[in-house]
Design a protein around this ligand. Structure first.
Ligand code: D41
Length: 711
């Protein structure tokens, strides 16, 4: 070959040809491998949309450069192999495929209508063509053969000519009648019904949950779960996989007059007892609400609320006479088209795994993704929910993952494409301190979520903490609602609870839509809120698991904020209705120096709470044992521990678990141990049950004495 000049135009052309050839053969190999996993093993590595993308690329390449075409190209045959375990079934009438309108815009309907009209030779002013519009179920095409009304055979589509006999498995599908419903006419000699076997989303979720519980492999989506079930060799296992079915067409028919339109055909199939989807319509032409475009739009809006997955809608020329006139191209009827919606799953790469702290303090691992267009938007982040989900899915940085975005739902990582990790990547670990505020991160026993314990100190939880603090049942700061909190935080005016009380009129009034008058009102409301009560203040702090009732119990039990802040787990457990989870939550909260600081700063800002809140003053401090702490130890002759505790508390006293100098009485029964000894050594008065009863009676008498008049 003569030496070619560097700038010879032939040179790039030659190398282009070589790289095109390489690309085509690489695509063919990939498609073969993926098709095998998808069709034969029912265990695809990539989402359908990614497969379609590769397929389309190869098809475009072969079209533009026919010399690249090879006989074994996946574009040259319908895919799908007969598994060893199933008997092949030759379809009496081939199962056609359906043309897909690649255009996902609404104009797909118009393109189809225009083509139909052209092929039927209709003039522009001819009336609209009538279409039957239905859903495109995302399942597995199946042929059901009924002979004299009895289901005799069910077969997969296979390559359209030959499928597999899956009668055993299909017979387990409750929705599929084993016998056609009698409705006054004789069942046809032969009726072949075609439709889609699919799995409902709730069934899918339950199935996966069960699989997980049994330590078995889970499925990435309902379609794969359905396909796996239909081609399950053991019908007993297939029977446990919840499948559903919708009919949408016919195969071989003998001894039945097929209705003249598709819509009437579906009505007739429904009358035979076959499941037919209710979301279907008869449309006049393409345009407008009454046309295919309107149906496409309506179903698009409904898509995410449907209990099953669809990947598009299907338009069919309604009149069979017209269908016959239009005929077929290769294996696709000219009278039908599938119009897809944007794929809800795509492949992309995980670039990093970050932690997001939510308004409630929940830490969520989030995958930062190479941007990918999925479900109609570009997605760059996807939730991994929690550490357990992340571990279960085995997601690591650098992995290629399937991302799903359905409707308004937050995009999520469905799973990892296996076998692509190139080097060692460490497993992701949850941080032990909050990435936002540095507070401890905890996970409660039996819970999957990790949480920041920073609470009102944590910037991520700021707005939530402020709203909670301001609410009526807490500090009751009138006028401090959602919008204002957003504004204050976003403007940087308030970062912590104490800063609420440091706002000046000038800065406040400078806020958008904030008149002088409203600023003054807010300041007045803040001022008024300073005179708080202990239970309201405590509740307002937003300690996890401390609701209004618990806050009241705590206030009544301890009487003072400082005692609550310093209470040990043991002491907290003495409070009525406080169990280990709540006690831990309170302890952890006050173990965060930031949280103690917030309390101190609020105090410094002038927020006050009487040591005994007014509500309990009426029930409690006027009560006979108000302010008295008793300790119970040993077994009393007639009272159970709980009964004694209730009697003391009803009289306004507190029951503590440990004896100290502050203990007023120790009530000792049989087999009293170290607490009795301690009381003796400290000189704390010791009572038996009779003594306790006496004390209560005496106290009641005291309390009945007239109170001094209030000034
Ligand atoms: O919901 C579907 N997946 C669906 C599939 C449908 N609603 N209608 C369909 N109609 C046909 C023709 C027009 C050939 C009777 C189809 C399919 N075919 C089909 N699905 C898989 C291969 C062919």
């Amino acid at each position: 070959m003569p030496q070619t000049d560097m700038f010879d135009a032939d040179l790039p052309a030659d190398s282009e040809l070589a790289s095109r050839q390489d690309r085509a053969s690489a695509l063919r190999e990939q498609l073969h491998a993926h098709a095998h996993r998808y069709y034969v093993l029912d265990d695809p590595l990539i989402p359908d949309a990614e497969y379609d993308r590769l397929f389309n690329e190869l098809q475009a390449l072969e079209r533009a450069h026919p010399e690249l075409l090879t006989a074994d190209s996946p574009t040259q045959r319908v895919l799908g192999k007969v598994l060893d375990g199933f008997t092949p079934v030759r379809h009496a009438v081939p199962m056609l495929s359906i043309r897909t309108e690649t255009d996902t815009e609404a104009s797909g309907a118009e393109v189809f209508d225009a083509r139909v009209r052209r092929e039927l030779g209709l003039l522009d002013d001819a009336p609209p063509v009538e279409y039957a519009a239905e859903l495109k179920f995302d399942g597995l095409a199946i042929n059901l053969r009924y002979e004299h009304g009895v289901l005799t055979q069910a077969a997969t589509r296979g390559d359209g000519e030959t499928g597999e006999d899956v009668t055993q498995n299909i017979r387990t599908v409750g929705q599929i009648p084993l016998k056609l419903k009698a409705h006054g006419i004789d069942a046809p000699k032969v009726l072949e019904v075609r439709g889609e076997v699919y799995m409902r989303r709730d069934d899918f979720d339950r199935l996966n949950e069960r699989q997980r519980e049994h330590g078995e492999k889970t499925f990435v989506n309902p379609r794969n779960a359905a396909a796996g079930a239909v081609r399950q060799l053991d019908p007993a296992i297939a029977a446990k996989r919840p499948l559903s079915f919708f009919a949408y067409g016919l195969g071989d028919v003998q001894g039945w007059e097929v209705p003249p339109t598709h819509s009437e055909l579906l009505d007739a199939l429904a009358a035979w007892g076959l499941p037919v989807c209710e979301h279907r319509t008869v449309a006049q032409g393409a345009s407008g609400d009454g046309g295919l475009v309107g149906f496409h739009r309506r179903i698009g809006a409904l898509r995410d609320q449907l209990p099953f997955d669809i990947d598009g809608v299907v338009y069919k020329v309604n009149r069979r006479a017209l269908q016959e006139e239009l005929g077929f191209v290769t294996r696709e009827p000219r009278w039908a088209v599938a119009h897809k919606y944007p794929a809800q799953e795509q492949l992309t790469q995980v670039e990093a795994i970050d932690i997001q702290v939510g308004r409630t303090g929940k830490l969520t691992p989030v995958a930062r993704l190479k941007p990918v267009f999925v479900g109609g938007v570009t997605v760059t982040n996807a939730t991994l929910h929690n550490l357990f989900e992340l571990r279960r899915k085995r997601v690591r940085v650098g992995d290629t993952v399937i991302v799903r975005r359905a409707g308004d739902v937050i995009p999520e990582v469905v799973g990892v494409v296996a076998g692509e990790r190139l080097s060692y990547v460490p497993n992701f670990a949850m941080p032990t301190s909050c990435p936002v505020c540095g507070s401890d991160v905890v996970r409660e026993r039996g819970e999957v979520d990790h949480r920041c314990t920073g609470g009102l100190y944590c910037a991520a939880q700021r707005k939530q903490a402020l709203l909670h603090f301001a609410q009526r049942r807490a500090m009751d700061i009138e006028g401090l609602g959602d919008k204002l909190v957003d504004q204050l935080v976003d403007a940087g005016l308030v970062r912590t609870l104490p800063e609420l009380y440091k706002m000046g009129l000038t800065k406040l009034a400078a806020l958008d839509r904030m008149a002088d008058k409203s600023a003054q009102n807010l300041l007045a409301a803040l001022e008024k809120s300073k005179a708080a009560t202990l239970p309201r203040f405590l509740f307002g702090l937003g300690i996890r698991h401390v609701g209004e009732a618990t806050a009241k119990d705590l206030a009544r039990h301890f009487g003072q904020m400082d005692r609550i802040m310093d209470a040990s787990i043991e002491q907290l457990l003495e409070v009525r209705d406080v169990g280990p989870v709540v006690a831990h939550s309170i302890r952890t909260f006050f173990d965060q120096p930031h949280n103690r600081e917030v309390v101190e700063q609020l105090r410094a800002a002038g927020v006050t709470w009487p040591e005994h809140e007014p509500l309990t003053e009426s029930d409690s401090s006027t009560l006979p044992l108000a302010g008295k702490t008793l300790v119970l130890t040993g077994t009393l002759p007639s009272l159970s521990r709980d009964e004694a505790k209730a009697m003391i508390e009803n009289a306004g006293g507190k029951v503590s678990g440990s004896v100290s100098k502050k203990t007023h009485y120790v009530v000792a029964g049989e087999e009293a141990g170290s607490k009795l000894e301690k009381a003796q050594s400290l000189g704390v008065p010791i009572l038996d049950e009779a003594g306790l009863r006496e004390l209560l009676a005496a106290a009641v008498a005291d309390a009945a004495a007239p109170e001094p008049e209030s000034p």
